[in-house]
Design a protein around this ligand. Structure first.
Ligand code: ATP
Length: 563
């Protein structure tokens, strides 16, 4: 190092130092020199930017000129802002409805531009509508499509909404990447709304296939952002997806999941209406600071204390005693549960049922069995396209159901566990691990993913559950399971005010606090029972998704209250 410093230049500088002030002068000169150099560089940069801007302007002007001079310019462009200026008789069709009988027809579709590849005079677009996609081919033909039009299409940003007119045609080689196997030969394209902002992630990354183990890993590591997977393809973490749910929901599997969810509600409603049930809407704002349990969201109702309903159960029961006979509700349920599990949220949708019973709670169990068969068969037949779209991203084994539905008593369940070497006290509730094991055993033995377990021990059920007449250690209650996990809890309720009050006191409840409830049975009460089903649980278990939040549009958990 030292050797290198001893250069002639250094020696010369040392010789000229003696005069006082010269150093200062030299320093000033140096800084002036540096300043000048800097100014020169800045000027150079400014000129470069000016040149670039001029070039861009020229390109832009040339492009506008090219567009203006295009004789086929009527066939493409940006719509003016749609403000209900006109009402024409144009017919937009759904990609899902395009089939071979339409080959040769010109159709109009409104869709998102998922991506485009333009090279020279030819371009390939992928258009997406909910969970269907179709390829659109644009090629210069000088009749409807000019070279400028192809170029213009290539500049439309992905995720913009476009109106495309095209002729349905059958491609020579099968298109693998789109759900529709026919393609459109484009003759007109218009932009309805341009995508102007940078996407938080690429849709194809959020739509990448995720096997069960990958979903589990993602659940265990949900703090992450965009991750690199083994095969170097980016995948988007559930946190990032939920933070940007509007974009995430655009992916085909999510579109299909929420159509399936809607289907479950529709089939639930359809079946119950056919069985003379009445749809009701009970209040979600409840007076007092407690609805009679833990996990309550408390709030102020003007100057009074109130809370959010944890279940519509009391109101459903009151409706039975108000002579509605059979009622159901689809509504929100709030639970301030600080549990971080893959199957609990702080707000979920309850599918609730309550009905009068003539003589036996099996009337209720049988009706529930038929209801679930109606739902599962309905999904299979009416939602096969949605199921296929979900399978593309989240592969799962088809849901198996046996008719008549498998019904086991709690004691029979314990026996099956025992035969498999698992000890379970028949007078205590099952924990979730044992529930899962019993689910596996039942699947193996009965070839079904859905079954009912009933006659739960008294220790596992609340005070209002009716006791079994033949054994007071057991109750007329039940849980239903999908793939070994609970989706429903229900029971025949005790409608006798005297034994109800006695049982509440035995359970350590201050009877005074539930006086209204007990009193509601005192004016002549129908024997009755019901249950509550968690909608998101049915969705996530049907599709065997690991995390319940995948089955909820905008999930609420202890860490998330937005978006
Ligand atoms: P779990 O034992 O699974 O916590 P639970 O016994 O508290 O459920 P119930 O109060 O009987 O359940 O509610 C009826 C149904 O509502 C459950 O079977 C489940 O499908 C659904 N459910 C209950 N709690 C939640 C929750 N926190 N998030 C999502 N769904 C729920």
């Amino acid at each position: 190092m030292a050797d290198k410093v001893e250069t002639p230049v250094v020696e010369k500088q040392e010789e000229t130092v003696p005069v006082e002030g010269a150093a200062k002068e030299g320093g000033e000169n140096a800084s002036k020199k540096a300043q000048k150099k800097l100014e020169k560089e800045q000027e150079k940069e400014r000129k470069r930017l000016e040149r670039e801007a001029a070039q861009l302007k020229e390109q832009e002007e040339n492009w506008l000129k090219e567009l203006k001079e295009d004789t086929l310019k009527e066939n493409y462009g940006d719509y003016i802002l749609v403000q209900s200026q006109e009402k024409t008789d144009r017919k937009w069709i759904q990609v899902l409805s395009i089939d071979e009988s339409m080959v040769g027809q010109t159709v109009l579709i409104r869709a998102r531009l998922q991506n485009s590849r333009v090279k020279g005079n030819v371009g390939f677009l992928v258009l997406r509508q909910q969970f269907s996609t179709i390829q659109a081919m644009i090629s210069k033909n000088d009749v409807t499509v000019s070279k400028t039009m192809v170029k213009w299409v290539g500049k439309v940003p992905c995720e913009s909404i476009v109106d495309v007119y095209g002729v349905v045609s059958k491609p020579e080689t099968e298109i693998k990447s789109t759900s529709c196997k026919l393609e459109l030969i484009v003759n007109k394209v218009y932009v309805v709304s341009r995508s102007r902002a940078q996407l938080p992630f690429q849709l194809e990354d959020a739509a990448r296939q995720q096997k069960k183990e990958e979903q589990l890993a993602e659940y265990n590591n949900n703090e992450g952002d965009i991750e690199e997977s083994k095969d170097n393809q980016a995948s988007v973490s559930i946190k990032t997806r939920l933070d940007n749910r509007i974009i995430d929901l655009r992916t085909p599997a999510k579109q299909a999941i929420f159509r399936l969810q809607s289907g479950i509600c529709q089939l639930f409603r359809e079946y119950l209406l056919s069985q003379d049930f009445v749809e009701i809407h009970t209040p979600k704002l409840i007076g007092g600071s407690s609805e009679g349990g833990a996990n309550i969201f408390k709030l102020k109702y003007f100057d009074k204390d109130a809370c959010l309903a944890q279940s519509p159960q009391l109101y459903k029961q009151m409706c039975i005693q108000s002579d509605f006979e059979r009622v159901f509700e689809i509504g929100p349920v709030f639970r301030a549960e600080k549990s971080f599990t893959h199957r609990h949220m702080c707000e979920f949708t309850g599918l609730d049922i309550e009905m009068s019973i003539k003589e036996n709670y099996h009337e209720l169990l049988d009706l529930m069995g038929d209801l679930f068969v109606h739902i599962f068969k309905g999904l299979e037949t009416k939602y096969s396209k949605e199921i296929e779209a979900i399978q593309q991203q989240f592969p799962f084994e088809p849901f198996k159901i046996k008719t008549p539905v498998v019904k086991l008593t709690f004691e029979e369940g314990c026996k099956l566990l025992k035969e498999a070497g698992i000890e379970q006290n028949p007078l205590e509730d099952l924990d979730t691990v044992t529930e899962k094991k019993l689910g596996d055993i039942v699947r193996e033995k009965y070839d079904t993913d859905f079954y009912m377990l009933h006659r739960y021990p008294i220790s596992a059920r609340p005070f209002y559950t009716m006791l079994c007449h033949d054994d007071p250690n057991y109750t007329l209650s039940y849980d239903f399971f999908m793939r070994g996990q609970e989706i429903t809890s229900g029971a025949q309720r005790n409608h006798d005010p005297v034994s109800l009050a006695k049982r509440a006191a035995e359970c350590g409840i201050n009877v005074e606090t539930i006086k209204d409830y007990i009193e509601s049975m005192a004016f002549g009460a129908y024997p009755h029972g019901g249950c509550g089903i968690g909608l998101e649980r049915v969705v996530f278990l049907y599709c065997d998704l690991y995390d319940i939040r995948n089955g909820c549009l905008f999930p609420r958990d202890p860490k998330r209250i937005a978006p």
